[in-house]
Write a protein of this length. Structure first.
Length: 237
């Protein structure tokens, strides 16, 4: 996801450009805000993004899993059906926009009108997931930078040690996510089984040999540690 979004050589969809615009806005906001407001502004943005991930996506996936809300909505609205010649301009434009959006990053074997409705619904859902995940990650990183400081009366050895440990945990966090995605691939990464079933045989090697659910345990090691280290700074602010 990150590579496809930031690599200029990769094809971009409208959702990608929207996500990049929002992330650029976050960075610009960080640069123009007075230092005293940055911390609380990005704490608010991050809190909203985290609630959107845990609460928003969780609720949507619950509804899809038990009631097929998204696929039923797609079937009822017929957003993936080719409009007839007498359809309104808005209907034709919406269809062309969605078709272009979902086809932009797919291979030559993808046929928008031939694949099952559940598959296209899942592809559309993935666009929302990418936006929320990138907003969550970027706002948290900017929040962490806004909170960064050099504590008084701290020895250089301890200061270097803290930064070294922090960089290590960040890189470890990155490796866990990338290796987990290598194993489960997009189907499991984006909760594809909530939309359709696919006959797959996964080989749980790499990070999965160390822990059973790495993305939500050791994959957040740097995140957990940073929360503990920043808690006192927020309370003392």
């Amino acid at each position: 996801m990150v590579t496809a979004l930031l690599d200029p050589r990769k094809p971009k969809s409208i959702a990608d450009y929207l996500t990049l615009t929002i992330l650029t806005f976050y960075v610009a906001l960080f640069l123009v805000l007075p230092s005293g407001f940055r911390k609380w502004t990005f704490l608010g943005i991050y809190t909203f993004s985290r609630l959107s991930y845990n609460g928003g996506l969780g609720y949507i996936l619950y509804q899809q899993s038990f009631h097929q809300r998204l696929t039923k909505w797609a079937a009822k609205s017929k957003i993936f059906n080719r409009p007839d010649p007498n359809a309104s301009v808005l209907r034709r434009v919406t269809y062309d926009l969605i078709k272009r959006e979902l086809s932009a990053k797919m291979g030559s074997d993808y046929a928008f009108e031939a694949v099952p409705l559940e598959y296209n619904t899942w592809l559309l859902f993935r666009r929302a997931v990418d936006l929320i995940l990138m907003s969550d990650f970027t706002s948290y990183m900017l929040f962490a930078i806004a909170c960064a400081s050099i504590p008084e009366n701290q020895t250089m050895v301890l200061h270097v040690g803290r930064w070294t440990a922090g960089i290590f945990l960040f890189l470890f966090n990155l490796w866990v996510k990338l290796d987990a995605h290598r194993v489960v691939k997009d189907y499991a990464w984006y909760w594809g089984d909530f939309f359709f079933l696919e006959d797959l045989e996964l080989c749980f090697d790499g990070i999965f040999e160390l822990v059973p659910h790495p993305m939500y345990s050791v994959g957040y090691a740097g995140y957990y540690v940073s929360i503990v280290s920043r808690k006192r700074q927020l309370l003392d602010y």
